[in-house]
Design a protein around this ligand. Structure first.
Ligand code: COI
Length: 344
């Protein structure tokens, strides 16, 4: 069965990971201690006070999640409740009033449904990326939380984050840049972490590395995460991922660890020394946008470590990728109950 929706006329198989206009976004305002009901709007723009703390002091948090079309024409969203919970944790840390998880998942549904013609057709490898963002709008010049807030969720059809999709990329360990501080906000999804990563990212790109890897900012001894995504490694039958106070708790990483355990792998979430790079068989960059991007080379100081099968991903990362994307697109049974079906 194919989808009942007449899709937009897009080159679905060649979509970049970028903004593409859709029809509606949803907005909630927080004023006088309460969140308003959601309003679906067509405008892509916001009328923002120039003294909004979001643009001066970075009081903002955001999320990223995806919706897919399944082979039988259903539209599903992957673990939106977890994004709702993570947004609450980020918000609490930077004094943004928390948004109820149930309202968040309902709003995600509303946006997907209103823009259903932009959910890429099954089999194209593309998806609809949802971007919720919440920020302080009430004017204020002294440092402190804003008096008013706006939460927006928009959706945009996207292709793979890294060119070539499931094709290995090479990474550079940057030691002269940190993306987060110990006891800072590295474990929250806030824009400042990504702004802090722009310098290191550009430094890597200038040297021909599409992705950079950060070390823990306290000792520079342990692996933290990539600029865009979490770090995972495979060593024999073990799935290894860093435990750190300054990295984002990735929902994709959490899902992959569950899948790995289900595949009979041992899962280790622990401090991972950079010196262990030599021991790993396969490495991946994992996140909503990156899905699992295989990493076939990491340059650390004057050494290059290689992983997987050269130009192709290793077997385990390939299996993990297939299991995750199989669940997301409904090809495999949703045995962990991760899919939220959107009635359109
Ligand atoms: C995501 O994976 O959802 C992110 O927000 C990462 C961003 C660099 C696109």
């Amino acid at each position: 069965m194919s989808s009942k929706i007449k899709k937009a006329d897009l080159d679905w198989k060649n979509l970049p990971f970028d903004y593409h206009k859709t029809d509606y976004n949803i907005r909630f305002h927080h004023k006088d201690g309460r969140w308003s009901g959601g309003e679906l709007v067509e405008s892509e723009h916001i009328n923002l006070h120039m003294a909004a703390p979001a643009i001066h002091y970075g009081q903002q948090a955001f999320e990223g999640l995806k919706a897919f079309e399944t082979q039988d024409g259903r539209i599903v969203c992957f673990r939106p409740d977890e994004n709702g919970k993570r947004l609450q944790r980020s918000s609490e840390r930077i004094y943004i009033p928390v948004f109820p998880v149930e309202t968040f998942t309902d709003a995600v549904r509303t946006v997907i449904k209103a823009n259903a013609k932009y959910v890429p057709p099954y089999g194209t490898g593309a998806s609809m990326y949802l971007r919720p963002v919440v920020f302080g709008t009430g004017p204020r010049v002294g440092l402190g939380p804003a008096s008013e807030y706006l939460l927006i969720i928009f959706g945009t059809p996207v292709g793979p984050y890294y060119k070539g999709g499931f094709t290995p990329v090479k990474a550079l360990v940057v030691e002269d840049y940190d993306r987060a501080a110990p006891q800072g906000v590295g474990d929250c999804k806030v824009g400042g972490n990504y702004a802090a990563g722009l310098g290191g990212g550009q430094y890597g790109k200038n040297l021909g590395f599409p992705v950079v890897l950060y070390l823990d900012p306290r000792e520079k001894k342990y692996i933290d995460e990539f600029s865009t995504s979490n770090f995972i490694a495979v060593k024999g039958n073990t799935y290894i991922t860093p435990r750190s106070e300054s990295i984002l708790p990735s929902i994709t990483n959490d899902s992959l660890a569950v899948i790995a355990a289900d595949m009979g792998m041992k899962v280790e979430k622990r401090q991972v020394e950079i010196s262990e790079l030599a021991d790993f068989d396969e490495v991946g960059a994992v996140g909503t946008a990156a899905v699992i991007t295989p990493v076939n080379q990491i340059k650390f100081r004057d050494r290059e470590y290689t992983f997987g099968k050269g130009d192709a991903a290793g077997e385990v990362i390939t299996k993990l990728y297939k299991r995750l994307t199989g669940i997301q697109t409904g090809d495999d049974a949703d045995k962990f109950g991760w899919l939220h079906e959107i009635a359109v």
